[in-house]
Design a protein around this ligand. Structure first.
Ligand code: ZN
Length: 486
């Protein structure tokens, strides 16, 4: 008996030792001693340039016939007038009239170009929410240190800040060694068919290969993440895939006074319920592992033990992450029923009932795999499962150890010295995925500090940007371009 206790004791000591060694072996991934960026005076005109762009409602609608293209013409004229040097000295191409690609030729053609991108279309102001806006969404008002309006965070601020940056660099006679490409889409909020998809296809056809792509994406999350007091700059190294499935049951219809045991509505409801009760399994290997690697050395000792010993604590971590909507979406393919349609009259049994379910695929899952699992879970041959559109697989995971990531990391530290930098899985979709044919390093990051409440204003109401934050965006892009010359 005593020897058994002794063995158990020895094993426990061994386990604790392993946990401690793993914990103590975590080394910070943060770049240390990055010199602060040289101070650049950003003139007041910069925020007013963005304000002018906000006042042009370049709203994109899924039904393209609703799009007011005169606003897009206005926008193109506006940037030509506002940024004259760019339009004198850079090569500009348009794609489907409004997709924009600028090329600033570098001196050293042996270096691959860098592609910085954004989109200047915005989502409409949702019917019924107009009155909730404290300032008019297309007023472009600068007040109390903020600029208000649709597009101040998504994503006109990127487009105008990049143009402001290049105009500044041209004015100060900067000459890039590395070619700089700027790509601005006009329909990111819908299909990106006219913009990013066309631009990316053209570049691929020309055989262009770029060092890295940087698009909108993660922000500097000022609310931090659990266990970490500092703001975290989240750089998207991948984005989830997208798939919508339509589940349809065909019943017999008839009078509601003599219903069958299960109606078409009942069948589809049961299928949806099964899907909700059988979520996709949680996994820490879909890109979130890289986030945890970066966070582990920065969090409290207790949390570090768990993050550094995922071989033992994976299910505990998964359980913890599942508690929040964003945490949950970072570790699994999500299932979201979004449309339910059936019936027209209270005393008539509908013939068909349909539910649309939207899935966001974690890297590692595929469109085919998800469809197969859905059919398995529903387990009812009477329900048709049809794919809406094409769906797309998750994007490849870019390497956070790549030189490109390090350049972005270094630039963040030079402009925002107190933040923790970390790679993460982007839950939403961006245009950057279309450029996978010309780049293996694709990152998604908007250099702007936001708390959770401010993030809610994106696609919502009262979108606004702090003037100071906008100025720092420009400082960031200036520094990034300068840091990317080797
Ligand atoms: Zn956007």
């Amino acid at each position: 008996m005593r020897s058994i206790l002794r063995i158990i004791g020895a094993l426990l000591v061994l386990l604790i030792l392993i946990l401690l060694v793993n914990t103590l072996r975590t080394r910070s991934h943060q770049l240390a001693d990055v010199p602060p960026v040289a101070p650049i005076e950003i003139p007041d005109s910069a925020i007013h340039h963005l304000a002018g762009a906000i006042r042009i409602p370049t709203v994109s609608y899924t039904d393209y016939s609703l799009t007011d293209t005169t606003q897009f013409d206005k926008f193109l004229t506006y940037i030509q007038v506002t940024f004259p040097l760019i339009h004198q000295r850079l090569k500009r191409e348009t794609f489907n009239q409004y997709g924009l690609l600028y090329e600033w030729k570098g001196k050293n053609s042996a270096l691959k170009p860098v592609l910085l991108m954004g989109h200047y279309d915005v989502v409409p102001v949702i019917q019924g929410t107009q009155r909730m806006w404290k300032r008019p969404p297309f007023g472009g008002l600068v007040e109390g240190g903020y600029l208000y309006g649709r597009g101040t965070l998504d994503d006109k601020m990127s487009v105008i800040a990049l143009l402001e940056t290049v105009e500044y660099l041209l004015r100060t006679n900067f000459q890039p060694a590395r070619t700089l490409l700027l790509a601005f889409g006009q329909d990111e909020e819908t299909s990106a068919q006219r913009g990013a998809q066309t631009i990316a296809a053209a570049l691929k056809k020309r055989g262009t290969s770029v060092e890295y792509v940087l698009d909108e994406g993660g922000v500097i999350k000022t609310d931090g993440v659990s266990g970490l007091k500092k703001p975290v700059a989240l750089i998207g190294i991948t984005e989830k895939g997208y798939l919508s499935l339509e589940l349809t049951a065909i019943g017999k219809g008839g009078h509601s006074s003599m219903p069958p045991a299960q109606t078409s509505i009942g069948m589809v409801a049961e299928a949806v319920s099964k899907l909700e009760h059988n979520p996709f399994p949680a996994r820490l290997d879909g890109g979130v592992d890289r986030l945890l690697d970066y966070l582990a050395p920065e969090v409290s000792f207790g949390q570090r033990i768990a993050l550094a010993n995922r071989w033992l604590f994976a299910s505990l971590i998964e359980q913890q992450m599942s508690q929040t909507k964003s945490g949950n979406a970072s570790i699994r393919t999500t299932t979201a029923p979004t449309i339910f349609r059936a019936g027209a009259k209270d005393n008539v049994l509908p013939i068909d009932a349909t539910a649309t379910v939207n899935f966001r695929l974690l890297p590692g899952d595929t469109v085919e795999g998800v469809i197969e699992r859905v059919k398995q879970v529903i387990d009812n041959d009477s329900i048709q499962v049809n794919i809406l559109g094409k769906g797309n697989n998750p994007s490849a995971v870019s390497d956070p150890e790549s030189p490109a990531f390090l350049k972005i990391h270094q630039t963040i530290k030079s402009v925002f010295p107190n933040v923790v930098v970390a790679p993460y899985v982007m839950l939403g979709a961006t245009d950057s995925k279309y450029y996978s044919g010309i780049a293996s390093s694709i990152f998604r990051f908007s250099p702007i500090p936001l708390n959770d409440a401010e993030t809610q204003s994106i696609h919502g109401t009262n979108e606004r940007i702090r003037v100071q934050d906008y100025q720092n965006m420009i400082r960031f892009y200036v520094a990034l371009i300068k840091n990317s010359q080797q």
